[in-house]
Design a protein around this ligand. Structure first.
Ligand code: NAP
Length: 283
């Protein structure tokens, strides 16, 4: 931690131009970390960098990149190495979602989602982790979702990508025991960002269950610095993620379908179709 003007180390935040990523950058800056901010929107990154430098007297550099392009993560790691920047904390926050029936979403969008949510996150983790292990300290904070705990109809590929992020992070966290490096999966529920505001699917959810990006980022930043493996902000979200593995898979699927536009009739029709009794053994 910074006490006398010393930096607490460089943090690379992907998806820093908006939403949870912007608040994560602010949370780390408030704890004296210097920042590398990346996303596509150069103007938003530059404005955030100016603001964080002014408010927290940290260094902040921008590195615009489109993580949906193959090779973007490799180019970023090379640029960091050339600049002599050692990343102490990697925050893989950038994420996209395409909602609707899987067969109606274009293949190009499915591939874009896989590239941003899975490939770029995996690549940056693989490229930046070995130097952390060699130094004996470092942190990875991967932004998953409560959707990573359950299949979600009409967000099927998104939820599957977040299940990957959650599983990868938990596996990594065990591998890293004793190295001084930790991996944390931040699993927000619905959060008030552009991702949710532009979505039809969260509309049946009561507003009281929607958290602010600042609350989510503060919880994620604290969990990351404490070296916790899984962070689910909010009691209702914690209840969902704790309860989901205890329920039959068919019920979990039906609840996901109800929340993403099917309404409660979706659950009734799933139960009528006999999915519950058929799948009880597949918990
Ligand atoms: N909001 C929620 O309810 C919620 C819930 C659970 C998990 N999450 C997860 O939280 C993370 C942040 O989401 P958010 O809600 O803050 O969404 P958001 O406001 O839409 O922000 C998404 C961020 O990702 C960046 N991004 C998107 N496509 C990119 C690309 N091709 N290359 C580089 N950067 C890209 C965006 O920047 P540019 O557009 O400037 O590139 C932006 O900074 C995501 O991983 C999301 O899945 C969100």
């Amino acid at each position: 931690m910074k006490g006398n003007g010393a930096s607490a180390g460089w943090v690379l935040v992907t998806g820093a131009s908006a939403g949870i990523g912007r608040e994560l950058a602010a949370a780390f800056a408030a704890r004296a970390h210097d920042l590398i901010l990346t996303a596509r929107n150069e103007e938003a990154l530059a404005a955030l960098a100016r603001d964080l430098v002014a408010r927290h007297a940290v260094k902040a550099k921008t590195m615009p990149a489109d993580l949906s392009l193959p090779g973007a993560a490799e180019a970023m790691a090379e640029a960091l190495a050339e600049a002599g920047v050692a990343i102490e904390i990697l925050v893989n926050n950038a994420g996209v979602t395409f909602e609707g029936d899987f067969a109606r979403i274009s293949l190009a969008d499915h591939l874009r989602l896989s590239q941003v949510n899975i490939v770029a996150l995996t690549s940056l983790s693989r490229l930046l982790l070995p130097p952390m292990i060699a130094r004996g300290h470092g942190r990875i904070l991967n932004v998953a979702s409560i959707a990573g705990f359950m299949p979600v109809p009409r967000l099927a590929a998104y939820a599957a990508s977040k299940a990957y992020v959650l599983s990868l992070t938990e596996g990594l966290s065990e591998e890293l025991r004793g190295t001084g490096v930790t991996a944390t999966a931040l699993c927000p529920g619905l959060t008030d960002t552009a991702m949710v505001r532009s979505s039809e699917l969260g509309k049946p959810i009561p507003a009281t269950m929607i958290k602010s990006p600042k609350e989510v980022a503060e919880a994620g930043c604290a969990a990351c610095l404490a070296g916790e493996t899984v962070c689910v902000p909010g009691l209702a979200n914690l209840a969902i993620t704790t309860g989901a593995p205890l329920l039959p898979r068919s019920v979990v699927r039906a609840i996901g379908g109800a929340m993403t536009g099917g309404g409660w009739d979706w659950i009734a029709s799933a139960l009528r179709a006999g999915g519950f009794s058929r799948d009880r053994s597949a918990r």
